[in-house]
Every structure is written in structure tokens, then in C-alpha cells.
Design a protein around this ligand. Structure first.
Ligand SMILES: Nc1nc2c(ncn2[C@@H]2O[C@H](COP(=O)(O)OP(=O)(O)OP(=O)(O)O)[C@@H](O)[C@H]2O)c(=O)[nH]1
Ligand SMILES: [Mg+2]
Length: 203
């Protein structure tokens, strides 16, 4: 898919204030600092469309971007940042669960995982939670440029092993580096395919 236009629309905390749900929507989520906003910039080939930061907790709201006037890309705040208070964590959980349950045009969730780390309890729990909700999702391994291909392969194999303990079928996996522009075509082609599959619902 070619991205002809990518524009920021709005930031919200509530689904009711999000843009009209008349287009397929793809949401990016994962631990703080995993590279969600950077991946959105890489996919759209824009430097600062989504705000990034080297310190975790940068993205705090539900951020909507409109791509090619045809589908929404959503940057969500991350989870798992140690310095966040219990109250804020609970707010995050409520906001995200409400968004997952109420956002009728949410077509696929992209769960981002840092490819440098062995499976983390929090990430596995989050993936299992999505599976339980019955939301379509895929897993995106980020920051491939930070280590060897062998290390990436071993992280991915470890996640596959862990997920097979709970699920018969594995979700689709993508490998990416925002820095080295790895995985862009694969993700955009996937979105294009899904857009075609769901287009009848939006006529
Ligand atoms: N080397 C490398 N660094 C990356 C990559 N993706 C993101 N980063 C860096 O990781 C840090 C966090 O990136 P963000 O895109 O802001 O992460 P985020 O997941 O949106 O973080 P929050 O909004 O805080 O949840 C930044 O310093 C990025 O430059 C990558 O593919 N390779
Ligand atoms: Mg962010």
C-alpha cells in the first residue's frame, strides 16, 4: 500500500469523543517505550506525526490519525511503566478496556513487543487478555536493529512457546525496526488486505 496522506485528527480519553467510526481502525499498543509512536512515524514516513520520547510514558491519550482518507491508525498510551502510580494505572486500564469494548470499528490491535527481551509476564498477560476479549490482534516485535538476528529469533520462538501453552492458534507475528525501516511493507500490506476484507461493512 502507498501512503498518500497521513494526518493527525485528535486526542481523547473517551470513545464517545473519537472520530465517527465509519472507517476501519488499527490500534497500536504495548509497554511504554516499546516503540509504538516510532512505528507509526515509520509506517507513515513522517518524522513527528506521533510524538516519541526516550523516556517512557510519552503517549497518554487515544490519538487518532487518518490515513489516505480511508482508515484510522491509533496510537495508545503504553503499559508497564514502573513510575506510574497505582491510580494512574487503574485509569489506563479503564480507558483502554472501554476503548476495546466500545470502539465498534476497531478492526485489529497491534501488540508491540520489544524483541530484545525474553517473554515478560505483563506482555503475555496482555496478549492473553486480548485473546479472551475475542478482539483480532497481531504481535509486532520491535527494535530489531538493537540486536542480532539470532537473538530476535530466540525471543520470537520463546513467545510462540509461551502462547501455545494457552492458545491452539498463534497470532500473526511481524518483525520491525523503526530505525532501519524493517517490516513496513509487511504491515502495510496486511492492513490493505484486512481493509479489503472489511470494506463491505463501511459502504
Ligand atoms: N534503535 C531503535 N530505537 C527505537 C526503535 N523504535 C523506537 N525506538 C526508540 O525507543 C524510544 C521510545 O520510542 P516511542 O516510539 O516513543 O515509544 P512508545 O511505545 O510510543 O512509548 P510511550 O508513548 O511512552 O508508551 C525512543 O527513544 C525511540 O527513538 C527502533 O526500531 N530502533
Ligand atoms: Mg508513544
Amino acid at each position: 500500500m502507498v501512503i498518500k496522506e497521513a494526518k493527525f485528527l485528535m486526542s481523547n480519553t473517551r470513545v464517545e469523543q473519537c472520530p465517527t467510526p465509519n472507517k476501519p481502525e488499527y490500534a497500536f499498543i504495548g509497554r511504554s517505550n516499546v516503540g509504538k509512536s516510532s512505528l507509526i512515524n515509520m509506517l507513515t514516513e513522517q518524522k513527528n506525526l506521533a510524538k516519541t520520547s526516550s523516556s517512557p510514558g510519552k503517549t497518554q491519550l487515544i490519538n487518532h490519525f487518518l490515513i489516505n482518507d480511508d482508515w484510522y491508525l491509533v496510537d495508545l498510551p503504553g503499559y508497564g511503566y514502573a513510575k506510574v502510580s497505582k491510580g494512574s494505572r487503574e485509569e489506563w486500564r479503564k480507558m483502554i478496556n472501554y476503548y476495546f469494548q466500545k470502539r465498534e470499528n476497531l478492526t485489529c490491535v497491534f501488540v508491540l513487543i520489544d524483541s530484545r527481551h525474553e517473554p515478560l509476564k505483563q506482555d503475555l498477560e496482555f496478549i492473553n487478555h486480548l485473546g479472551t476479549l475475542g478482539l483480532p490482534f497481531v504481535v509486532v516485535f520491535t527494535k530489531l536493529d538493537k540486536q542480532s538476528a539470532t537473538k530476535t529469533d530466540s525471543t520470537i520462538a520463546a513467545y510462540a512457546r509461551k502462547l501455545r501453552e494457552t492458545w491452539d492458534e498463534l497470532p500473526r507475528f511481524f518483525q520491525t525496526s523503526a530505525e532501519k525501516h524493517i517490516g513496513r511493507d509487511e504491515i502495510l500490506n496486511f492492513i490493505e488486505e484486512v481493509n479489503e476484507q472489511v470494506q463491505n461493512q463501511y459502504k
